[in-house]
Design a protein around this ligand. Structure first.
Ligand code: PGA
Length: 246
């Protein structure tokens, strides 16, 4: 049984005041029926972890470095994040692939570093609109995922499918397209690892309270990676509730 996961990615949003949203969320989801994760900006992690300590909410990071330590100004290692109270770390988000020229080989190294520090990596993959329009989306995304996986590929990794054209745009992939992509990713994971059937597959890209139920009804969708709608308890709460019912 794959336990469902509602993961919120705050990106570079939220100040100290936003931590109140975690408190509100914790009050609202004492028995969510799924795993709940918030990935705030790194400077908020220690306080977020403290606030979430006695709740069902877990705290994650948005990135980590592939090395354990060393001369990498401005970066954070997976071990440091674990020490700060993090359980999960997002790696290879399309914004990092684009803004920081991160390759799938680097993403795999980051995922591996996360695993070595006892964290669950959330490995993000997704196609551009141009790639979808050529009809090669599944081929492109499966190849990107296989290149981005750590070694070994155990059950304790998460893969998030996020079509780049759907992130922050209000455009959501159709249930048919999500189902086809998740089936292709599942088949590739099962071919790659004996634990492939246990790996959780999230959908991400403009998931909101009003479309969450339709997304979660799709086969092989084990939860969501949510950006904009995770910033407030008022929006993320209903998404978590929809996942808990799914
Ligand atoms: P969005 O972001 O929900 O704002 O589209 C999703 C993501 O980038 O993880």
């Amino acid at each position: 049984m794959r336990r469902k996961l509602a993961a919120g990615n705050w990106k570079m949003n939220g100040s100290h005041v936003a931590l109140r949203e975690i408190e509100a969320l914790a009050e609202g989801c004492s028995d969510p029926g799924c795993d709940v994760l918030i990935c705030p900006p790194a400077v908020l992690i220690p306080d977020a972890a403290l606030l979430a300590r006695d709740s069902r909410i877990e705290v994650g990071a948005q990135d980590c470095h592939a090395a354990q330590s060393g001369a990498h100004t401005g970066d954070l290692s997976a071990g440091m994040l674990a020490e700060a109270g993090v359980r999960y770390v997002i790696v290879g988000h399309s914004e990092r692939r684009a803004d920081h020229a991160e390759t799938s080989v680097l993403v795999a190294a980051k995922a591996q570093a996360a695993q070595a520090a006892g964290l669950v990596p959330i490995i993000c993959v997704g196609e551009t609109l141009a790639e979808r329009e050529t009809g090669r989306a599944e081929e492109v995304v499966v190849a990107q995922m296989l290149e981005s996986l750590p070694e070994p590929v155990g059950a304790d990794i998460v893969v998030a499918y996020e079509p780049i054209w759907a992130i922050g745009t209000g455009a959501v992939a159709t249930p048919g397209d999500i189902g086809a992509m998740h089936a292709a990713l599942r088949a590739a994971l099962m071919a790659r690892s004996p634990d492939g059937a246990q790996i959780r597959l999230l959908y991400g890209g403009s998931v909101k309270p009003d479309n969450a139920e339709a997304v979660f009804a799709v086969e092989n969708v084990d939860g969501a990676l949510v950006g904009g709608a995770s910033l407030t308890a008022a929006n993320f709460g209903p998404i978590i509730a929809a996942l808990g019912r799914a």
